[in-house]
Design a protein around this ligand. Structure first.
Ligand code: FAD
Length: 381
């Protein structure tokens, strides 16, 4: 299944693919070795027009549809899932500011985001609240002209370099999810400090870390989701995020299959090539079937998100299936390459770490099952 695109979208997709092959593929392992997020490449991607993908033309962006974001994420993830996720998060905040922020805020922040001079992130998770998002304790207290925010955010993609953050905070702990609001935070202002990036098993280009907010003042104009709307906005946004995580899993798994096919075609054994062995050929054929199935689920979710139809369940199915699929099939591709698959020269170890990451971000695989089960049992009532 191919998603149809306009000529301008096809051109943009081709530019993104060219960027991935020339700037991401040759450097991804070096970033991993250095355990760092490549700010310079995020900036280059922004200058190549990718940060403004969802920003309308009159605000300096491209004004692309969601399907284009999902396909670009898929293509860049072929070379480096971690970088693709990082860029997509930056792009996502720019799009959100363009859609939801007052004009004066959009005009202030969008130019620096589109130039890659300010990187964006979204901060829900806290050291003590992950899946149970309504339990966040970062607190926003109303004061004259704005809000005072105190709390800590953890596991935030792009925290290594981000200057702008869409932060969710509790305005009234007694109200539970109804008290959660969304604020645009400028981390260059007083009262925001950065937690050093987390060292993880792999995928350091994602730049995951945290922030501590201490008596940080944010003006009223930068409350972008009022109490109650914040939780609903997060839940709506997460369907889109789950969907592009699914396309990214398809991209990185298909790239691993392509690698295993070319390796097997060259690797000699028992008087032929290992590609001649039917058992190996069939395992790769099965892996490709898994990618095709995951992609159908993912593209169905892309269309639901884009058309504004019910997307929660399509996105949950897509993310659950694709993240599990990537986890299993990347290891199989490595197995089919024998010991060589372990080598640093091949991307499999790095991407396997990212397949693990895909099973956590934007709601774990178990949380997708919770959503699906809830819908199943509600239907039976
Ligand atoms: C690399 C990376 C990047 C990230 N980027 C961001 C980001 O940009 N912004 C952000 O806000 N967050 C981000 N996250 C955080 C991510 O969203 C959380 O890790 C995720 O929501 C799960 O929370 P947790 O890790 O605290 O696990 P927990 O919530 O502590 O869960 C632990 C285990 O319990 C299971 N579990 C929990 N509740 C249930 C349930 N009801 N039923 C069944 N099982 C359950 C989980 O599935 C998991 O296996 C990132 C995480 C990673 C690893």
């Amino acid at each position: 299944m191919e998603l149809p695109f306009s000529q301008a979208e096809k051109d943009m997709l081709a530019r993104a693919v060219e960027f991935a092959r020339s700037e991401v593929a040759p450097n991804a392992q070096k970033w991993e070795d250095e355990r760092r997020q490549p700010l310079e490449t995020l900036q280059a991607a922004s200058l190549a027009g990718l940060a403004g993908l969802e920003v309308p033309e009159h605000l300096g962006g491209f004004g692309g549809r969601f399907r284009l974001k999902a396909r670009i994420a898929e293509e860049i993830a072929r070379d480096c899932y971690a970088f693709s996720f990082s860029l997509i998060n930056h792009m996502g905040l720019a799009g959100k500011i363009a859609r939801d922020a007052p004009e004066e805020i959009a005009k202030k922040y969008l130019p620096e985001m589109l130039a890659g001079e300010a990187i964006g992130c979204t901060a829900l998770t806290e050291p003590a609240a992950g899946s149970d998002f309504a339990a966040i304790t970062t607190h926003a207290k109303k004061v004259d002209g704005g809000w005072i925010i105190n709390g800590e955010k953890a596991w935030i993609t792009n925290a290594a370099h981000a200057d702008l953050m869409f932060l969710y905070a509790q305005t009234d702990p007694a109200s539970g999810w109804r008290g959660v609001a969304g604020f645009l935070i400028d981390a260059r202002e007083d009262g925001v400090s950065r937690v050093p990036p987390f060292e993880i098993m792999g995928g350091h280009a994602i730049g995951t870390g945290g922030f501590v907010l201490t008596d940080h003042f944010v003006p009223d104009i930068r409350m972008m989701s009022a109490p109650g709307d914040g939780f609903k906005a997060a839940m709506a946004g997460v369907n889109a995020a789950r969907t592009y995580v699914a396309t990214m899993c398809c991209g990185m798994t298909e790239a691993a299959i392509d690698l295993a096919v070319s390796y097997a075609s060259e690797r000699a054994a028992f008087g032929g090539h290992i590609a001649d062995l039917q058992g190996l050929r069939w395992r790769l054929a099965d892996a490709q079937t898994e990618v095709e199935a995951a992609r159908l689920l993912a593209y169905r979710a892309v269309l639901a998100v884009e058309n504004g139809t019910e997307a929660e369940i399509p996105a949950a199915h897509a993310k659950k299936y694709a993240a599990r699929m990537a986890d299993e099939q990347l290891s199989r591709c490595m197995q089919m390459m024998g010991a060589a698959g372990l080598k640093r020269a091949y991307p499999l170890g790095r991407q396997i770490a990212c397949a693990r990451i895909a099973n956590y971000v934007d709601g774990t695989t178990e949380i997708q099952n919770e959503r699906i089960a809830r819908a199943l049992f509600n239907k039976k009532k």
